[in-house]
Ligand binder design. Sequence first.
Ligand SMILES: *Cc1c(COP(=O)(O)O)cnc(C)c1O
Length: 385
Amino acid sequence: MFNTQHFKKFNGIKTPFYYYNTALLKETLKSMLDAAPKAYHIHYALKANSNPKLLNIIKQHGIGADCVSGNEVKRALEIGFTNKQIAFAGVGKSDEEILIGLENDIFCFNVESIPELIVINELASQENKIAQVALRINPNVDAYTHKYITTGLEENKFGINPYEFDTVLEHLSNCKNIKLVGLHFHIGSQIQSLTPFKNLCIRVNEINKWFLNKGLEIEHINVGGGLGINYQEPDKESIVDFKAYFNVFKQFLELMPSQQVHFELGRCIIAQCGSLISKVLYVKNGINTNFAILDAGMTELIRPALYQAYHKIENLTACVENRELNKYDVVGPICESSDCFGKAVVLPETKRGDLIAIRSAGAYGEVMSSNYNLRETVGCTFDEA
Ligand SMILES: *Cc1c(COP(=O)(O)O)cnc(C)c1O
């Protein structure tokens, strides 16, 4: 929640920039660790936000790292995550990226296809290494989220399909430099109901049984991430209900005593901690539509343009002055019609120079920023000095 203190602080900083509330990040991590049974292993998905200062805080809470590129693996190691805390997923790992994982003896490669399995085996053999591997399985469970962030359906590019399991096992018997240690699932992102997670548990149980029947008791069961946050009411629900989330897995996952459960959470850890702070450059009043044109655009935060995502928009200047309400299309300066943060947004009368906060932007915000239109790289600041 922003107040006049923030307003004063922000007023002296060049916009646009990301503002991160590290106190909220710490509270969120604590709440998550309090809610998770001791035996659960949690990995933070770096792709949501790989800002070193935030990663340091996350690392200090003792959780692992989930990476989707060679550079993310390197970043995680630089920050001080141990190699055995690092899982490496991704549908298209290059040879160079696989080698980074092998050289550092990471915990596990989440393998997404048979051709990838073969390449990892070849490279591991060449490097005299044994690669620990989890099979990323496409469980065909609907996450009921935006189609661009659904990953666990047959039509999605991710993972190995159950009809391929027999072939995978045949290949594995020839892959002398691969050790199968896990089964991995990830059905999508911004999942707002717990039902898809329950459905996932039921599928995981079936798939696990299939492997058990083949005599394979696979040690690590990784159920991925995807827990959604409340973009509508970031102040009412600044921390997700981790207890209810973990309870689904406690209740519905049926595993052997030796099997360990892993999670890969990104958005729900970091999203509410970040806001994009911007200034109004111009207000353009039309017959039907008023536009508030900001100095931030899709180059700083692409989610609205990419996924029609909703972010709450607040006028921070108006929180120190009393003004009448009006409706604005809040847009950026980029030469694309999709460069719009919100249509018909009700805001206090908005003027040139007002500070605007775009909330819940800590996940998939700064990491997705670009220099399109030769824009400056977006900066950031933190709650502590
Ligand atoms: C992106 C991703 C995650 C994290 O998803 P969130 O929705 O941010 O929790 C976890 N696992 C894999 C494999 C991913 O690609």
